[in-house]
Ligand binder design. Structure first.
Ligand SMILES: Nc1nc2c(ncn2[C@@H]2O[C@H](COP(=O)(O)OP(=O)(O)OP(=O)(O)O)[C@@H](O)[C@H]2O)c(=O)[nH]1
Ligand SMILES: [Mg+2]
Length: 447
């Protein structure tokens, strides 16, 4: 689906995100998940809106909201940008993290990709650290079935301590069950006992030094175990968001500042400085994700992704990734330009033949020269040129690009170009927008 008024207009921009409830009883639901797992597809199917969807990561970059009704109650759903973790490394990850942490949603639906569930669990575990009101939506079940991946939802739900629903959002399968689950969680009818991620003993001890101090101060507003770890971790953007949320800088409280300082000194003494602490936290999350999936996800065809892996290696490895990408893109531009010449010529012959007939008609009618000049040599001729020059290359370029999208090649382009884009303080996901813009410019300029 291309860009739409809803996906790019004011409705798509979070401008400080003001939640618009049509009814005071409306529930607010955050839709989180890794990039490209089908969040906006779920959002569109439920709300009837047209958020931008497509097979590459990073389409949704701000929060967008829409509303659906279920059992007579309104639900304001907020489609947040895809994020691999809540440890926020980019602006859109901050947007996602801040809404989940401080947006006070009644429930968070974490959409996951059924074909690589373990990788997606990282975000699920981070989310259930913050709030127990989580529903895990395992999407792309049709793709998982093709790869012979079987998922035991009951076991997964037991392991995580929150409800899990399987869906194929594109064909609306499972969305009714998802709405039921969301209703139960948002109404507090589902007893949730989310699993706790266990960190190593040093980190646990450090959390133990800070958490009790926080309990007396922010206990009912935010999960103190999570906040303690974040304060020790000293992520400046998180501390800023936390300050905004609490209305006061937590470090201005001497007792909190002292507890955090003691915890940090303790960790440093155990060899866990800032960088090592983050690495350890991530390792524990990865191990947690592994153990959650161990008895719930089954690969019935062990070699299911062997061919994919080989192709992936060719398309993204250091030595072949960029040359293959350049060849493919050059091939597309070449096909577009040479392939468009013949239909362009045919179209212009046809359209200019019509122009001659129009001139004959104006002459036969004795129409004044200025009228012929304005209508035939002006309006019609310009229109004919634009159609003859632009239509054929567009009719070739965009379907070819769509083929690359459907084959899943665009995320690989983003990956290949990420390093170069990072050097310019951008990220690889922006490469796709640039390819499209370059493509359009390329189509117009040589003509
Ligand atoms: N086969 C299949 N494809 C799906 C399903 N749900 C979504 N898709 C496709 O997956 C791709 C990504 O969907 P989006 O809804 O744009 O994903 P997103 O999570 O919003 O992506 P970002 O906003 O970039 O993070 C699109 O091409 C969708 O058509 C599904 O259930 N089955
Ligand atoms: Mg999206």
């Amino acid at each position: 689906m291309g860009l739409t008024a809803e996906s790019t207009g004011l409705g798509a921009v979070d401008n400080g995100l003001v939640i618009r409830k049509e009814d005071p009883g409306d529930r607010v639901i955050a839709l989180a998940g890794n990039p490209n797992v089908g969040k906006s597809t779920v959002f569109n199917e439920l709300t009837g809106l047209k958020q931008h969807t497509g097979n590459w990561p990073g389409k949704t970059v701000t929060n967008a909201q829409g509303r659906y009704l279920h059992n007579g109650r309104g639900y304001v759903m907020v489609d947040i940008p895809g994020t691999y973790s809540l440890l926020a490394h980019s602006a859109e990850e901050e947007v996602a993290r801040d809404f989940i942490c401080f947006g006070n949603p009644d429930a968070v639906v974490v959409v996951c990709d059924a074909t690589c569930l373990e990788r997606n669990m990282n975000l699920v575990l981070q989310t259930i650290e913050i709030t127990p009101n989580v529903v895990v939506c395992v999407n792309l079940m049709d793709e998982a079935a093709k790869k012979h991946i079987r998922i035991d939802f009951e076991q997964l739900s037991q392991n995580l301590g929150v409800p899990v629903v399987g869906t194929s959002a594109r064909s609306r399968r499972g969305l009714d069950e998802l709405m039921e689950c969301v209703e139960r969680v948002a109404d507090g009818k589902q007893a949730a006992a989310p699993m706790k991620v266990r960190y190593n003993s040093y980190i646990e001890a450090a959390i133990g030094m800070v958490e009790p101090v926080l309990q007396g101060r922010i206990g009912d507003r935010i999960n103190t175990r999570w906040a303690a770890l974040k304060l020790i971790d000293a992520d400046p953007s998180l501390v800023q968001s936390l300050t905004d949320f609490l209305g006061a800088d937590p470090f201005e409280d001497d007792e909190v500042a002292q507890a955090v300082e003691t915890a940090r000194r303790y960790l440093a003494g155990e060899g866990l400085d800032e960088e090592h602490l983050r690495d350890s936290v991530v390792s524990c999350l990865v191990l947690g994700a592994e153990s959650v999936c161990a008895d719930a996800v089954f690969f019935e065809d062990r070699a299911y992704n062997e061919r994919d892996r080989k192709i992936d290696y060719l398309l993204t490895s250091k030595w072949t990734g960029i040359p293959v990408m350049l060849l493919l893109l050059a091939g597309i531009f070449w096909l577009t330009i040479t392939g468009a010449n013949y239909p362009s010529q045919l179209l212009s012959d046809g359209l200019f033949w019509v122009q001659d007939r129009l001139t004959d008609l104006f002459t036969a009618l004795n129409a004044p020269e200025w009228l012929h000049g304005a209508l035939v040599l002006g309006v019609y001729r310009v229109l004919a040129w634009v159609v003859a020059v632009m239509l054929p290359p567009m009719a070739i370029f965009f379907p070819l690009f769509t083929l690359l999208e459907d084959a899943g090649y665009l995320p690989r382009v983003a990956f290949n170009l990420d390093r170069g884009f990072k050097k310019c303080r951008a990220c690889g996901k922006q490469a796709l927008t640039m390819c499209l813009v370059a493509g359009r410019a390329f189509l117009i300029l040589p003509r």
